[in-house]
Design a protein around this ligand. Structure first.
Ligand SMILES: Cc1cc2nc3c(=O)[nH]c(=O)nc-3n(C[C@H](O)[C@H](O)[C@H](O)COP(=O)(O)OP(=O)(O)OC[C@H]3O[C@@H](n4cnc5c(N)ncnc54)[C@H](O)[C@@H]3O)c2cc1C
Length: 312
């Protein structure tokens, strides 16, 4: 009998992992253990959500050293008798899952969108064929490392019964040194967290872009874009890119301007609550997926829309 271990340095993600762990635990009876590294606040919040938390306090652990982190988690998994390890599928989490799988001779799945337990087997749902379909995959090895996409599940709520324990881990000093950390060039926006997104595609010109930005701000949202707007035209930074090669977003409202709705784009927005599409082509793919469709030029739509919702 082994158990489930959850870890992410990002608190928001680890609370979502706790939800996934509870789902697995409910069906399998396995115990959940949460590891928190050099983060007192996260440890106490996890305990407040009912988790059995193991705090590792050691200044030699450097989060930037993914190989070192994998070794820490490998030891934690052994000491805590856990064989199912849930990580966040962010950049670091994806690297960590591969490294950990190699160390534990287990299988790993990244970018998992949801999971379910079927006859004690954990089934993971992931986009496949460039997002055209969703595949159900499971890991056959005893050790399983599963990295869940951000916002795949709701964060766990408050629950009684949590505890905080100390865990000693042997840490080899790393050769890696953090010399300087700088925020990304550009405006480092988090479109994944936005409740409202106004996204522009190749149907937009520079003037449309400016108006769309104004509208996004007025709606309390963020401006985002399709890939060619960021990588070909370079009108917007890549951290605003939605889709397979960019961010997977789940806003309440997505207003898509001049975007055709290719599958690689839709993968990143299909979980939106409401999709409004503005396109001159009534047969564009996006029109089949949108909740509200406007066959119009962006230039004709935007001023009228802005007027109706009374944006100055
Ligand atoms: C491996 C791979 C990964 C990819 N990853 C991504 C990704 O992550 N994200 C992504 O976006 N793409 C991705 N792509 C590219 C994707 O396939 C499409 O090429 C891209 O999404 C198209 O962008 P678009 O909709 O802005 O442009 P287009 O497909 O050119 O669509 C422009 C739309 O604007 C409409 N239009 C034109 N003028 C106006 C106007 N004045 N007013 C209103 N509408 C107008 C047109 O009718 C058209 O529908 C990927 C492709 C590959 C092969």
């Amino acid at each position: 009998m082994a158990g489930i271990l959850i870890y992410s340095e990002k608190s928001k993600s680890v609370y979502e992992l706790l939800t996934a762990a509870k789902l697995i635990s409910k069906e399998t009876g396995l115990k959940i253990k949460a590891v928190s590294i050099n983060n007192e606040e996260q440890a106490s919040e996890l305990a407040g959500k009912g988790a059995e938390v193991y705090k590792i306090n050691n200044d030699e652990i450097k989060i930037i050293d993914t190989a070192g982190l994998a070794s820490v988690l490998q030891q934690a998994a052994a000491k805590l008798d856990t064989n199912i390890i849930l990580l966040a599928s962010n950049r670091r989490g994806k690297e960590l899952s591969g490294r950990l799988a190699q160390k534990l001779a287990g299988g790993c799945l990244n970018d998992v969108l949801s999971l379910q337990v079927n006859e004690k087997k954990i089934e993971c749902m992931k986009n496949a064929l460039g997002g055209a379909t969703v595949a159900t995959q499971s890991i056959e090895t005893a050790n399983k490392i599963i990295a869940l996409a951000p916002k795949a599940l709701e964060a766990a709520g408050e629950e009684a019964g949590g505890s905080i324990n100390d865990l000693e881990i042997e840490v080899k000093p790393t050769e890696l040194r953090l010399i300087e950390s700088r925020s990304k060039a550009g405006d480092a926006v988090d479109i994944e967290a936005a409740e409202v997104l106004v996204a522009v595609g190749l149907g937009a010109d520079q003037e449309d872009l400016k108006t769309a930005e104004k509208m996004a701000k007025a709606l309390g949202g963020e401006l985002a874009c399709s890939k060619p707007m960021a990588t070909d035209r370079k009108w917007l930074p890549e951290d605003r890119l939605i889709g397979l090669s960019g961010k997977k977003c789940k806003p309440n409202l997505a207003i898509l301007l001049g975007i055709s709705g290719q599958v690689q784009f839709m993968v990143g927005i299909r979980e939106a609550g409401t999709i409004v599409a503005v396109n001159t082509d009534e047969n564009a793919n996006i029109m089949q997926m949108a909740d509200y469709k406007m066959v119009a030029k962006i230039k004709d739509f935007l001023p009228e829309f802005i007027e109706r919702i009374k944006i100055d």
